[in-house]
Write a protein that binds this ligand. Structure first.
Ligand SMILES: Cc1cc2nc3c(=O)[nH]c(=O)nc-3n(C[C@H](O)[C@H](O)[C@H](O)COP(=O)(O)OP(=O)(O)OC[C@H]3O[C@@H](n4cnc5c(N)ncnc54)[C@H](O)[C@@H]3O)c2cc1C
Length: 297
């Protein structure tokens, strides 16, 4: 039987290290346990939220008044094949992106460069259609995914082909409602000798341009049409601007970082402050890329 815990702090389960407690919390290790937990919540009419790496979520200081399904133990790679010029494999949705990277690296694939430094797990990558700003190929999750399996609210597993889904900027539509359980990857096999060198360059670029040694949620805002959010925020002199324990990073203005006193409310207040300033100066509305979970003021 899957163990559903109560009143668990969510701070360790997100990259900002903020947030209150989950009323109920579960870490399934296989599909049966995941189904059991989902069924338990559905029967009791309890709201659920799935988090993987927690690197793109802002979890409320008030916590989450439902069941958090945290997937770091829901991890497995399988069915790796090299066939007809393609690398393919499947991964349970809580498998970290770095595990998928290792498979592509073994085949000296450009997909390994794409995945270099991308935090979180496979499902987070699919749900967010995670991508990189550099001009490499592949540059978004949509390019490496063949199919997505979802546990639906009627407790059946449904597999969506890539083309069944609508892959847009930092969002994938068409699989909801449900929980992403497994992902099939497929990418052309075109080995690149300098893959190691290109990965080291990608890592250096992240270290140079992102505050990766501090707690952050990555890019806070999506880039509005025709702009980059970081440039808009930087242009207003907001680098270093602080509310409570949350600060606009000096390295990258679209990254908000926290110190040990930082709270989710500090981050939200900072987000709102930036949105107001950018709207006043440029008449541009910044939409958060990070997903807000739980109740906020
Ligand atoms: C330092 C840093 C650098 C980053 N760089 C990038 C970057 O270059 N490009 C980029 O795109 N992003 C970047 N991000 C943001 C983030 O890492 C990505 O969006 C990542 O793909 C999120 O994965 P995750 O497992 O952490 O997702 P989470 O934050 O856990 O979840 C993200 C969303 O997916 C939902 N979700 C998670 N798992 C499931 C599931 N199994 N079923 C249904 N829904 C689910 C959650 O409810 C939430 O809405 C960065 C973040 C940090 C902290």
């Amino acid at each position: 039987m899957v163990e559903i815990k109560e009143n668990i702090s969510l701070k360790p389960y997100n990259s900002w290290k903020v947030g209150g407690e989950a009323k109920y919390f579960v870490q399934p290790t296989n599909k049966e346990q995941l189904k059991e937990a989902y069924s338990w919540a559905l029967e009791k009419d309890i709201e659920i939220c799935v988090i993987g790496g927690g690197s793109n979520v802002l979890l409320s200081d008030k916590g989450f008044d439902g069941l958090i399904i945290q997937t770091s133990k829901f991890s497995e790679l399988k069915n790796e094949k090299l066939e007809n010029g393609f690398i393919s494999f499947a991964a349970l949705s809580g498998t970290s992106k770095s595990e998928a990277l290792k498979v592509f690296l073994k085949h000296k694939s450009m997909a390994a460069i794409f995945l270099t430094g991308l935090p979180g797990d496979i499902a987070g990558g699919v749900v967010m259609n995670a991508g990189v700003g550099t001009n490499t190929q592949p540059k978004e999750f949509t390019e490496i995914v063949e199919w997505v399996e979802v546990l639906k609210p009627d407790l059946t597993f449904k597999t969506y082909k890539h083309s069944d889904l609508d892959w847009v900027y930092r969002k994938t539509k068409g699989w909801q409602p449900g929980i992403v359980t497994e992902v099939g990857f497929k990418y052309k096999h075109e080995p690149i000798d300098e893959v190691g060198k290109l990965m080291r360059e990608a890592t250096k670029r992240r270290i140079r341009t992102q505050p990766i040694n501090k707690p952050s949620g990555g890019s806070t805002f999506k880039n509005p049409e025709g702009y980059t959010s970081g440039a808009l925020i930087d242009g207003l002199g907001l680098k270093g601007f602080t509310i409570g324990g949350a600060t606009v990073s000096e390295k990258h203005a679209n990254f908000l970082v926290t110190d040990e006193t930082g709270t989710a409310q500090d981050l939200l207040d900072l987000i709102k402050h930036i949105q107001v300033k950018v709207k006043e100066a440029h008449n541009v509305s910044l939409e958060t890329e990070v997903r807000l979970i739980g109740d906020f003021e």
